[in-house]
Design a protein around this ligand. Sequence first.
Ligand code: DGP
Length: 112
Amino acid sequence: MNDCIFCKIISGEIKSQIVYEDDFVVAFKDLNPQAPTHILIVPKKHIENIAAASEEDALLLGKIQLAAAKIAKDSNIKDFRLVANNGKGAGQSVMHLHYHLMAGRRFLWPAG
Ligand code: DGP
């Protein structure tokens, strides 16, 4: 998508600290980290958010979560939080599906 920041990161047009990439998924460090480890995991396919995903994206959604587990394992991270904000009212500011992988501090539950 032309004006999507994350599509530009995926294509390399905008530089970011990429920590993982495969045929379907890219993961890079969040510009504004909320935890000592804060990585964004995004599908290469532009999908606005989870609500916009369809049945044909089922495998891709699984691949994102498996990528999160691999990134954590490869970084010796045992405990982490994986969050996807869906919609502006839930805090989604970039309209390209992404999961936040956060670790390295205590997380409260229920989340605020
Ligand atoms: P959300 O609020 O759930 O849509 O999260 C969007 C995240 O994206 C937010 O934590 C900051 C991050 N972000 C926004 N622009 C950029 C960017 O250009 N580069 C990187 N690395 N992260 C970005």
